[in-house]
Design a protein around this ligand. Structure first.
Ligand code: GLV
Ligand code: MN
Length: 180
C-alpha cells in the first residue's frame, strides 16, 4: 500500500496519530503585515497522507486581511468559507481575472499553478478551509519570489520587467526584507 519517496520514507509501525492533526482547530494569529495567516496540514504535518495526493490548509483573515497573490505549482485548490466573506480571484494564462465574492458555506476553485488571492474586505474576521489535490502543494508568493529571493533578483531585471526605476525596485525590496 505504501510507496516511499525521496522525502518521506514508509513507516513500518503506523498508528492512528500518523493520520491525525489538530492544528487547524484554532484560528491562526492575524497580527502580521498581511492581516492573514495560512496554517498548513500537508504531508509535513500529517505523515499518513504520504502518496495519497491530498492536503488542507486553514486561512484566517483580519478585517482587510489578504492572502497575497501566490501559486501552488503542484495542486488545484478549493476553498470553503468557514466564517465571513472573501473576495477571491485567479488570473488565467490569458491574463483574464476570474473573481467573485464568496460567503460562509460557499466554495471557489483555483486551478493548479494559476496566480490567485483572497482578501477580506469585510468589517469582521473571516476564515476559510482549503483543500488541495497534492500532499505537498507548494506555495510561491509572487511578490516574495521576485522581491525577496536569496540571492536577490538583479534590480535591472525587475526595473525592466515592471517598467519602473531601480529606486522604486529598491523601495519594494526594502518592504519585503526580513525585519532586523
Ligand atoms: C492557501 O494557500 C490558500 O490560498 O487558501
Ligand atoms: Mn492558495
Amino acid at each position: 500500500m505504501c510507496r516511499s519517496n525521496q522525502w518521506f520514507a514508509c513507516k513500518s509501525n503506523i498508528s492512528p496519530d500518523d493520520f491525525f492533526f489538530a492544528g487547524l482547530a484554532k484560528p491562526g494569529l492575524t497580527n502580521n503585515t498581511f492581516g492573514a495567516t495560512v496554517t498548513l496540514a500537508t504531508v509535513q504535518q500529517i505523515k499518513g497522507v504520504n502518496t495519497l495526493g491530498v492536503s488542507m490548509a486553514r486561512v484566517d483573515y483580519a478585517p482587510g486581511g489578504i492572502n497575497p497573490p501566490h501559486t501552488h505549482p503542484r495542486a488545484t485548490e478549493i476553498v470553503f468559507v468557514l466564517e465571513g466573506e472573501l473576495v477571491v480571484g485567479f488570473i488565467t494564462t490569458e491574463n483574464k481575472l476570474f473573481s467573485k465574492t464568496i460567503k460562509k458555506g460557499e466554495i471557489f476553485t483555483f486551478p493548479r499553478g494559476l496566480i490567485h488571492f483572497q482578501i477580506n474586505n469585510g468589517k469582521v474576521p473571516a476564515a476559510a478551509l482549503a483543500a488541495f489535490n497534492s500532499q505537498l502543494p507548494g506555495t510561491q508568493r509572487v511578490a516574495n519570489a521576485l522581491f525577496a529571493s536569496s540571492p536577490p533578483v538583479d534590480d535591472v531585471v525587475l526595473s525592466k520587467s515592471f517598467q519602473i526605476g531601480t529606486q522604486e525596485v529598491e523601495t519594494i525590496k526594502s518592504k519585503f526584507a526580513p525585519k532586523k
